[in-house]
Design a protein around this ligand. Structure first.
Ligand SMILES: Cc1cc2nc3c(=O)[nH]c(=O)nc-3n(C[C@H](O)[C@H](O)[C@H](O)COP(=O)(O)O)c2cc1C
Length: 197
């Protein structure tokens, strides 16, 4: 879908994501997530988008990680998708809420067993002395859940970025890039801010 075809940023997002899934060699759902602590110190890392609806953009992570610490202190975040071969970028800024336990349980249940066990064994962002320590912990949790379902660990969950604004950027020939900026309105509709008068 070209940029001019809709005034609904969620529809445009869905469409661009479908095109990215068809053309990107891996992880079309990878996005940079920027957070900041209470003092405003920023940090950024890649995460995978695991859910999208009119309600927002969902990712999952370790709740003891640096990003989770930031989000406890400061519920503002920004997302960035960049699809190099499509020459497209989407920027999203918004407020962050925890995904519900039911949502996190449902998504956790779809993960491969190794990822589920890894979530129990991992202490993301907290230094582990060696890789061998992680592997020993992995073996322990493997024994602990031997044969049975692996439940979601209490330190693992999801967040939803509820967009306040969304900007779509498309590269065009001769540097005539197209850009559209949408701003969420109180009534749930979207207003467009013109970038070029
Ligand atoms: C392509 C890609 C996808 C990733 N997806 C996730 C993810 O969905 N959740 C996650 O916690 N970490 C993911 N990571 C790892 C994070 O980038 C990061 O290293 C980790 O979450 C620790 O970040 P933090 O210390 O800032 O919290 C991904 C990394 C890459 C390169």
């Amino acid at each position: 879908m070209c940029l001019a075809m809709t005034n609904d940023p969620h529809a445009l997002f869905r469409d661009w994501m479908e095109e990215a899934k068809a053309s990107e060699p891996n992880d079309p759902n990878a996005m940079a997530l920027a957070t900041a602590d209470a003092a405003g110190h920023p940090s950024v890392r890649m995460v995978l988008l695991k859910g999208h609806s009119e309600g927002g953009f969902v990712f999952y992570t370790n709740l003891e990680s640096h990003k989770a610490d930031d989000l406890r202190e400061n519920q503002q975040a920004a997302l960035l998708f960049h699809w190099k071969s499509l020459r497209r970028q989407i920027r999203i800024e918004g407020r962050v809420e925890r995904a519900t336990d039911e949502e996190a349980d449902a998504y956790f249940a779809t993960r491969g067993r190794d990822s589920q066990l890894g979530a129990w064994a991992s202490d993301q962002s907290r230094p582990l002395e060696t890789r061998a320590v992680f592997e020993a912990r992995f073996d322990d949790v493997q024994k602990r859940f031997d044969g049975g379902d692996v439940p979601r660990p209490p330190h693992w969950g999801g967040y939803r970025v509820i967009p306040l604004n969304m900007e779509f950027w498309q590269d065009r020939a001769h540097r005539l890039h197209e850009r559209r900026f949408f701003l969420a309105q109180e009534d749930g509709s979207w207003a467009e801010r013109l970038l070029y008068p």
